[in-house]
Structure formats: structure tokens, C-alpha cells
Write a new protein. Structure first.
Length: 131
């Protein structure tokens, strides 16, 4: 029920997305994934080609989607197959900045915060995983 309600009432948010190698783009953001792992929110996942050792994020931007396109996005994320969806773009980068006039929801490892600006950067050797 919550997912269906979200699909119907969500409004695309105007954001500025800055990726150093590509410059700044203004998008009507539907969904933005800044990934080191393709999985999020339980069983949802992107089909991005992940490299855990290259010091880069995979950024997947879904923008300007209407209700049927958002439903198709949800189904695609459930099956991990975004290939062929309109309004989906992806990049590989070590740094990304997101800026919005109004606060946007940002999910970080299951926790949700709101902010107008966010800076994401891969920092080598900052996270240690025990074997």
C-alpha cells in the first residue's frame, strides 16, 4: 500500500547534480542511486555493473518520470533490470554533489535524513571490513 501511494502522489524534485567529469545538470529527479552496492530497501536493486575496488560510485539518475514510468521503474528495481527504461542515465565517478531548493529525502544505509545539499565521495581505506 505504501509503495502504491508513493507512486501516485510523488512529484519529481528539481535538483542539480554535479559530477566533476561531466559538469552540472539540472534534473526533475524521480530517483537517484549513488551506489557502492546495487541493493537497497529489501529486495530492490539496480542492475549496475559494480566494481568494489575501483574507488568509484555508480550513479543512476531516473528523471522526469510520470506515474506509468515510475511504476515501470519500481517493477524494474524489483527485478534488477533497468535496461531499456526511458529517462534513466548512469555514470561512474568518485565524487557527486546533489543540491535542491527544497529538502530532499536521502537514505543512507537504511536511515533517512533530509537535506538541501549532499556531497558524496569515495575515501580509500576509510571503511574496514573484518574477514
Amino acid at each position: 500500500y505504501a509503495a502504491l501511494t508513493s507512486l501516485l502522489v510523488y512529484r519529481n524534485q528539481p535538483v542539480r547534480l554535479t559530477i566533476p567529469a561531466l559538469g552540472t545538470r539540472t534534473l526533475a529527479m524521480t530517483n537517484l542511486g549513488i551506489l557502492k552496492s546495487p541493493h537497497f530497501s529489501g529486495e530492490l536493486h539496480y542492475d549496475a555493473d559494480m566494481n568494489y575496488e575501483n574507488g568509484r560510485f555508480v550513479v543512476v539518475a531516473c528523471s522526469a518520470m510520470n506515474i506509468p514510468q515510475r511504476y515501470a521503474l519500481f517493477r524494474a528495481l524489483k527485478h534488477g533490470s533497468l535496461s531499456g527504461l526511458e529517462h534513466v542515465h548512469s555514470w561512474s565517478t568518485p565524487v557527486v554533489d546533489v543540491e535542491s531548493v527544497s529538502p530532499i529525502a536521502i537514505e543512507l544505509d537504511g536511515e533517512i535524513i533530509t537535506a538541501r545539499k549532499a556531497h558524496f565521495e569515495v575515501r580509500p581505506r576509510m571503511l574496514k571490513v573484518c574477514p
